[in-house]
Design a binder for this molecule. Structure first.
Ligand SMILES: CC(C)(COP(=O)(O)OP(=O)(O)OC[C@H]1O[C@@H](n2cnc3c(N)ncnc32)[C@H](O)[C@@H]1OP(=O)(O)O)[C@@H](O)C(=O)NCCC(=O)NCCS
Length: 330
């Protein structure tokens, strides 16, 4: 009997910049305070990529190189690199192309996926389908964002939220049923009003006016996003469990997008999960957009056991949201 091919996660790598931006640093920059930030978001500090000429690809490269080292492969063995990001090095070419060149992934093709905070889940589903098709043997999916490049550090509504990071997983064929099991992905473009970057695209190309009126920074109307995120992430996670005839008891870990501790708590409650089963590192890194979920997997990797059912869940700009069920296989 021919066994079905699934896409197993066989290695994880991550990268966080050294420089820390703490709540106390932010107190000196805008009218805010450590207590407000911690109680409203759960964040204490975030990492910032500093240095002339450093961009998102410079975080992708060390994350993917680490993953290759752990798996004992050369970057030349990678078939495809998918980079989920809203902060590409340039509008074009894709950051994945630039990163492949920098790391010597000579035989890979690569492209970027723009789905904001859900970008990693969208890309993971895409990468898994490529493996399941039988056409590709080693697909790397990386979530990476240099949010500091599009954050206005005079706007207290947004500058306390974001940080920089990259993390990646390697997908390989598996014939014992491990890896990506199912995914529910959603989007609603009417959410554009609440979370976007106003200029720099074809709608409003860069001009002196767009720069002086700060339209090249992330804009967020926090409350509507918060409400949609609580409902979206909790609903889709519950729907995924139901579709797969699972309850919270069957789940070893929830890996939620790290945008706000209150959104994470709401999702865990809805799934009937105790806090010990939820990966939370928002206090250290803030919201690193596409990087949050693989960054958690990287940090918790040593605690994951073969056969663990893991739910990955995200909500972000677009609106985009979704949940993915993984059976850990390495
Ligand atoms: C951004 C967010 C933390 C704000 O928290 P909130 O509880 O909704 O707070 P509000 O926006 O209602 O603001 C409450 C008050 O705090 C103030 N405030 C906002 N930022 C502040 C800060 N950094 N420090 C101190 N006060 C602040 C507001 O000005 C407002 O003051 P007012 O009542 O005098 O007008 C929250 O809305 C959020 O997490 N949104 C979703 C983020 C998200 O999930 N994004 C998805 C993907 S990126």
């Amino acid at each position: 009997m021919i066994k079905k091919t699934t896409a197993a996660i066989t290695a994880v790598g991550g990268f966080v910049p050294e420089d820390r931006l703490t709540n106390f640093d932010l107190e000196k920059m805008v009218d805010t305070n450590d207590e407000w930030i911690r109680t409203r978001t759960g964040i204490s500090e975030r990492r910032i990529l500093k240095g002339e000429g450093l961009a998102t690809s410079d975080m992708v490269v060390p994350a993917v190189k680490l993953l290759c080292e752990k798996r004992g492969i050369s970057p030349e063995e990678i078939d495809c690199l998918i980079v989920a990001t809203v902060t590409p090095d340039m509008v074009f070419p894709a950051t994945a192309n630039i990163a492949c060149d920098k790391m010597g992934a000579k035989n890979a093709f690569g492209f970027d996926v723009s789905a904001a905070c859900s970008g990693f889940l969208y890309s993971l589903t895409l990468g898994a389908s490529m493996i399941e098709s039988g056409r590709y043997k080693k697909v790397v999916v990386c979530g990476a964002d240099k949010m500091s490049a599009i954050t206005d550090y005079t706007d207290r509504n947004t500058c306390v939220l974001f940080g920089d990071a990259a993390a990646a997983v390697l997908l390989e064929p598996n014939h014992d049923g491990y890896g990506i099991q199912d995914s529910l992905l959603k989007s609603d473009g009417s959410g554009v009003a609440y979370l976007h970057m106003k200029a720099g695209g074809s709608l409003k190309p860069a001009s002196v006016e767009t720069v002086t009126s700060k339209q090249h920074f992330a804009f967020q109307d926090g409350q509507p996003v918060f409400k949609a995120a609580v409902k979206g992430m909790a609903d889709v996670s519950a729907e995924l469990l139901e579709k797969n005839n699972l309850t919270g008891d069957d789940i070893a870990w929830l890996v939620p997008h790290q945008a706000n501790l209150r959104i994470i708590d709401a999702t865990a409650n809805r799934m009937g999960l105790s806090k010990e089963k939820v990966m939370i590192n928002i206090q250290k890194y803030g919201n690193t957009t596409a990087a949050t979920i693989p960054l958690c997997l990287w940090e918790w990797e040593s605690q994951l056991k073969k056969g663990d059912n893991i739910v990955l869940a995200a909500f972000g700009g677009g609106f985009t949201w979704g949940a993915t069920l993984v059976k850990w296989g390495s």
